[in-house]
Design a protein. Sequence first.
Length: 226
Amino acid sequence: MWVQWGEQRDYIASTWSCGMFLASMFVLINMVGQIGSCVGILVRKQVPVLCGVLFFIIGLQTVAYCILWDIKFLARNLALVGAVLLLLAESKTEDKSLFAGVPTLDTYNPKSYMQLSGRVLLVLMFLTLLHLSFDPLDLIQNVIGSALMICVMIGYKSKLTAMVLVVWLMIINLAQNQFWRYAVTRAMHDFLKYDFFQTLSVIGGLMLIVAHGPGGVSMDERKKRY
């Protein structure tokens, strides 16, 4: 937004016929909302509020850039929502038990359901990476990738499977989204750059699962209880 102010403004103005003023306000809101929220979250200030701002920005971009009608981009945006949901859940403190030193068995709290929703949305990123072909390599990748996605989604061996997906997604990201190989004036540079940093955000969501686990509504937690 910062370095492509003119291009972003002109695109919105031409797509929505809203005039230069409203298009400029859209770019400004996007830029300030994203930068301000990310800085605030990094310094751990008002994280729930700033996550709400990021939800608003993602929704605004989904509508403004007509992502609703592109299944691939919509799935990736929903995966980004999942990553922010996991960040929001991580910022929530657990309710303390009324009895000091006695752990509570109620793991089905709002935080747990946010973690479940985050995991489900997060795996949508990997659905866009599956290849519908009969090539043996693609079939192997699809089977293994689908198994890992299901494990993360239901919360089974979630820390291990999330770590494998982090490595897998990082390799794919570096191999397929090499935006630095294209001149900044080419459209491919922008498309690949968008995918690259969006994928990094999803990797961040997976690393939250690695660090904090899948939450209460998961197979891993159920095994602990029984």
